[in-house]
Design a protein around this ligand. Structure first.
Ligand code: ZN
Ligand code: ZN
Length: 183
């Protein structure tokens, strides 16, 4: 399985490539990093001082226009901006099956968001988990009841820390049925 990765805004290219490299080592997906895009201005919500994930997804889906929209090759956007989605105050990530797009925001994965010291390793760890989680959704996995499984729902950064960069046995079986093996 291939995933097109689009860095959004000022996120570090080195960071994106490290996250993608680590995921390739953890599951048999290939992540191709494409040229980045600007954070779409239309997505900014002045009242909330946040970006609307739905509008970012719209911009993302247009980056694959003219290429070909294929269910097997979703587009993943990674942003540093804080995003909200529908009724949710914020999201770490979302998956839009209709647009075949995934979006992960690292804004609230940063320790400094919680007034802790910046820590690149902690941030990368959390980002890897959230990207794996959204790829899992794209492949067809729902939220998992096992808190250690990367598919468990994480409403806080602490919950992200509590899970592993790995799928539980049940989720692995579902992935294998879809042709994605974890080794
Ligand atoms: Zn989820
Ligand atoms: Zn699981």
């Amino acid at each position: 399985m291939f995933v097109r990765v689009v860095p959004i805004g000022r996120i570090s290219g080195k960071f994106v490539s490290e996250v993608c490299g680590e995921i390739e080592g953890l599951m048999n997906v290939r992540l191709r990093i494409l040229a980045g895009i600007e954070t779409p201005r239309a997505a900014w919500n002045q009242m909330r001082r946040q970006y609307d994930a739905a509008r970012i997804i719209l911009a993302l889906s247009k980056t694959s226009e003219g290429v070909f929209i294929e269910k097997d090759m979703p587009t993943l956007g990674i942003t540093e901006e804080d995003v909200y989605y529908n009724g949710l105050n914020f999201v770490f990530g979302i998956e839009d099956p209709g647009a075949s797009c995934l979006l992960v925001s690292v804004a609230r994965l940063k320790p400094e968001f919680y007034r802790e010291h910046p820590n690149e390793y902690v941030l990368k760890d959390r980002a890897v988990k959230e990207v794996m989680h959204e790829i899992g959704h794209h492949i067809g996995l729902d939220h998992c009841v096992h808190t250690f499984c990367v598919m468990s729902f994480s409403p806080s950064a602490r919950d992200v820390d509590a899970k592993q960069k790995d799928f539980c046995k049940g989720c692995r079986i579902k992935l294998a049925i879809k042709g994605v093996n974890i080794d």
